[in-house]
Design a protein around this ligand. Structure first.
Ligand code: DGL
Length: 205
């Protein structure tokens, strides 16, 4: 808690993507004090190994410990699916994470899931995918995270057609918090609804 008695939550992402989730959390929890740790110097995380992700995440968690955070929010699908279990075991405060919102898109018969390569190859993602019925195509537009980091806040400069697969899905899961910035543009590109985990994760927090 801070000096004014407000709960403090540390929010962590590889860079700016987690701010899409932070915005949702601030809307739902206006009395909570948030600290944001964006590891822009080491982004993107999507091509990194589980060991690297765990070691980078510990640096953020150590900062949250040092500032006396009451909880941590992993605003990164890549870190959540790779190593949230380790972080929960190692740190004394609750650790909340975010994962691709496949359940929210359960009604789609021809789903496209956009996430990082690390998320898509994780055991946690395989578990989510096993629960699903209906056709699902997974795609990791790896250069898109770097383009968002480089161009923010002028995201209109990004030619999304260069990053997205030419498919006709009836729904798109944005399984990376960076992609939520482009929710409207991706929805228009495919003419299909986009689903993300931000509202559900903020509620869980
Ligand atoms: N924003 C992150 C996610 O939700 C990580 C993106 C990256 O650094 O590759 O997965």
């Amino acid at each position: 808690m801070d000096r004014e008695g407000r709960l403090c939550v540390g929010v962590f992402d590889s860079g700016s993507g987690g701010m899409t989730l932070l915005a949702e959390c601030r809307r739902l929890l206006p009395r909570v004090r948030f600290y944001y740790f964006g590891d822009n110097g080491n982004a993107p995380y999507g091509g990194r190994s589980r060991e690297e992700l765990l070691s980078l995440s510990r640096r953020a968690m150590d900062v949250f410990s040092a500032v006396g955070a009451d909880a941590a929010l992993i605003a990164c699908n890549t870190v959540t699916t790779a190593c949230i279990g380790d972080l929960r075991r190692e740190y004394p405060f609750p650790v909340v994470g975010t994962e691709p919102a496949l359940r929210a898109a359960a009604g789609c018969q021809n789903l496209l899931v956009l996430a990082t390569a690390a998320t898509l190859k994780s055991g946690e993602y395989a578990r989510l995918q096993r629960e699903r019925r209906g056709r699902t195509v997974c795609f990791a537009p790896e250069r898109l995270v770097a383009a968002i980091e480089k161009n923010a806040p002028f995201l209109g400069r990004i030619g999304i057609a260069d990053h997205l697969p030419p498919l006709r899905p009836d729904g798109v899961v944005l399984g990376c918090t960076h992609f939520v910035y482009l929710k409207e543009a991706i929805g228009k590109f495919y003419g299909a609804p986009c689903f993300d985990g931000n509202a559900g994760t903020a509620k869980q927090l």
